[in-house]
Design a protein around this ligand. Structure first.
Ligand SMILES: Nc1ncnc2c1ncn2[C@@H]1O[C@H](COP(=O)(O)OP(=O)(O)OP(=O)(O)O)[C@@H](O)[C@H]1O
Length: 325
């Protein structure tokens, strides 16, 4: 449903001699099948929004090709526009209009008659559970209510493909879960959904497949479970951040990292935000060995926890940085 090859975007910033080029997206390839929810996961500035904006025909790629619902993005952008819906990052603008009024206007902008537009607005209000506040001014809505309206506006013309830029950024956990339900419902109605996120849990539980993007390049791609399986074994997280073990020098984390990185049963030791992540074959056999090694060196850690690899472990393995920091 979406196919992109070598998609690239660079921006010229500044003028004259001081002008520089920002390579926002450095050639990305990906394919999204009909009825999938696919996510671009990456930190701020990775190139997620720029990719989405290119696919939604809002900015022209500097290079590469893409087809959306069988239509060439560069040759027939107007036809692409008819087949897609786009929800931008939350704008934070609050106006005096109401959900019902904006939904009718949006449908009218897609060329529908007044009576059809009104019917569609009623259906969208019901589908997105906007009934309680549809005739109230938008500036009185909560963040989650406002975001549901944004998505309802984006799908009023029943597009085949939906682009969502950070659909749950800044929402509280219940509103995020609710938005995930709405997105799944759209997929059940046959829509293909491409979204961006910097939330690990969103990529993990909502997306069928994930592309991890960093500094304009895709560094990993697959289903969340296949990506996590790439990190074989277990993760042992040793906490050095709790108040009783840390001192002004950052506690024993640097010494512990050096010591355990050299241990034969540790594949990799990565300090992340006051915690030492150890990648091991089996947490059950590694934990007693880790404790003994630390105590022999006079190092007393805080809690030690075993867990399965997460998407953040994948991100760390591919980029050397944590997305959770
Ligand atoms: N119009 C522009 N002019 C110059 N640079 C830009 C422009 N738009 C984006 N960039 C730069 O391109 C890079 C990628 O930005 P982009 O917004 O795509 O990242 P992102 O992954 O969506 O980040 P975020 O999660 O913060 O939205 C950044 O370095 C950004 O500053």
């Amino acid at each position: 449903m979406i196919e992109a090859t070598g998609l690239r975007k660079s921006f010229r910033v500044g003028r004259g001699r001081g002008a520089t080029t920002v390579e926002a997206v450095r050639g990305v390839d990906f394919a999204v099948r009909r009825g999938e929810i696919v996510g671009f996961l990456g930190p701020n500035g990775a190139g997620k929004s720029t990719t989405l904006r290119m696919l939604a025909t809002l900015i022209r790629p500097s290079g590469g090709v893409a087809t959306i619902a069988g239509v060439d993005l560069l040759r027939a952008p107007a036809q692409v526009r008819r087949r897609i819906g786009f929800v931008a990052q939350a704008s934070g603008t609050y106006d005096d209009s109401t959900a019902r009024r904006d939904l009718v206007l949006q449908a009218r902008m897609h060329g529908l008659s007044k009576s059809v537009a009104q019917e569609l607005a009623v259906a969208a209000i019901r589908a997105f559970h906007l009934d309680d506040f549809a005739d109230r001014k938008i500036k009185t809505y909560s963040g989650g209510q406002r975001r549901r309206l944004d998505v309802a506006l984006g799908v009023i013309h029943s597009p085949q493909v939906m682009f969502l830029d950070e659909p749950t950024a800044g929402l509280d956990p219940p509103s995020r879960v609710r938005m995930w339900q709405e997105v799944r419902r759209l997929r059940e109605e046959g829509m293909t959904i491409f979204l961006t996120t910097h939330y690990l849990d969103e990529a993990d539980s909502l997306c069928d497949r994930v592309s991890i993007i960093d500094a304009g390049r895709i560094v990993a791609e697959g289903t969340p479970s296949a990506l996590k399986r790439e990190i074989s074994g277990d993760v042992v997280a040793v906490d050095f951040a709790s108040a009783d073990v840390a001192d002004e020098t950052g506690g024993d984390l640097p010494a512990a990292t050096k010591l355990l990185a050299e241990a034969p049963y540790v594949h990799a030791a990565e300090p992340v935000d006051g915690t030492l992540r150890l990648y091991v074959d089996s947490a059950a056999t590694a934990i007693p060995q880790v404790m003994r090694a630390l105590y022999d060196r006079g190092i007393e850690p805080g809690a030690i926890e075993a867990r399965r690899p997460s998407l953040d472990d994948v991100f760390l393995a591919k980029t050397g940085r944590s997305l959770a920091e």
